[in-house]
Unconditional design. Structure first.
Length: 335
């Protein structure tokens, strides 16, 4: 057994032996929370992003106090509109800052969830060099360590494994980070959210996860709206995967309503997540550029769902029950 495999095995034993989160919790930047306390959840949003590339990103590139001051009013706004939980899907090497998120959670009253994992989409621009040289086990050991002891010395733990891939066939390193995510899930119970290029890429992910014995219910197909063939959405949900339509904005409301109508027609709303992929203090732009609000779901999308025959029970499933199930820390193995 190589050194990386030995380290992974040791971490796996340590985490399994002491995992306190088996008692139905989700993990926020302020610690564990009961899933039924999440209530209304925006399952895919962003506060801070830095698109300069993995080799150049650094916390010295922005002023954390400025980020906090700019983002806080937007988070307070959605809190007043009824949002309780906010998943910041920014991964490492693209601007993840657990301390800023913790400050914002405390000040806004929102439950905020952050991530571990690496993002291999966008032609791997945001992957660190060691992602190419290390094994799946070594990468997983890094992410398990964040779950066990916290992110970058902060003690703040991730509540989601965030990854990303391009269109198929997936590259060797993209396949490796999905494999590492599978190993991390088995050791921690954290759900795997994958930014995905297409339905075929989504299927390739499930094949990799299933080889490790990980059930489709451990995977969130992020940006499923980018695949226009609804058959892929239906197939993924029927296999047990979460299907996330997370690009809701004023110009995409009608399209996303149609996606949800088809899922409802197939009795698959219990597999659906919906969010906006909004926010985005852009590092490198003056004062972060144009910060996009998080209001569209409240002001436009939910009213449009109601006009299209969705009941309050349907809406509660999409924004309350489903995120709570999807983000519960729980190992999900193939039966």
């Amino acid at each position: 057994m190589g050194q990386g495999s030995m380290l992974f095995a040791a971490l796996l034993f340590s985490v399994r032996g002491a995992r306190a989160q088996d008692a139905e919790t989700v993990m926020t930047v302020n610690g564990p929370l009961r899933p039924d306390a999440m209530n209304f959840t925006l399952s895919h949003e962003h506060v801070l992003v830095d698109f300069i590339g993995a080799d150049k990103t650094h916390k010295d590139r922005y002023n954390a106090d400025e980020v906090f001051a700019i983002a806080l009013p937007f988070l307070k706004d959605i809190k007043q509109r009824g949002c309780n939980t906010f998943v910041d899907c920014t991964p490492a090497y693209i601007g993840r800052d657990a301390l800023v998120l913790q400050r914002l959670a405390t000040a806004s009253g929102l439950n905020i969830i952050t991530t571990t994992g690496y993002y291999g989409a966008a032609k791997e621009k945001y992957l660190p060099e060691h992602a190419y040289s290390e094994t799946s086990e070594q990468l997983a050991a890094r992410w398990i360590e964040e779950w066990k002891n916290g992110i970058e010395g902060t003690g703040i733990k991730p509540g989601l494994i965030k990854s990303g891939v391009d269109n198929p066939p997936l590259s060797e390193v993209q396949r490796k980070i999905i494999d590492a995510a599978a190993l991390t899930h088995l050791a921690t119970g954290l759900t795997i959210g994958v930014h995905t290029g297409s339905g075929d890429a989504a299927n390739e992910q499930l094949e990799i996860l299933e080889r490790r014995g990980v059930a489709p219910s451990a995977r969130i197909w992020i940006h499923a709206q980018n695949e226009k063939n609804k058959t892929y959405h239906i197939d993924a949900a029927q296999r047990g995967s979460w299907v996330s339509f997370d690009g809701v904005n004023p110009s995409s409301i009608s399209e996303n309503v149609q996606f949800l109508k088809e899922m409802k027609r197939k009795n698959l709303l219990n597999a659906v997540l919906v969010s906006q992929d909004s926010g985005w203090y852009n590092v490198g732009e003056p004062q972060g550029g144009k910060f996009n609000h998080y209001n569209c779901i409240f002001t436009d999308f939910i009213p449009e769902l109601k006009r299209n025959g969705f009941s309050q029970k349907d809406i509660d499933a999409i924004f309350i029950a489903n995120p709570a199930k999807a983000l519960t820390v729980k190992v999900r193995k193939l039966k």
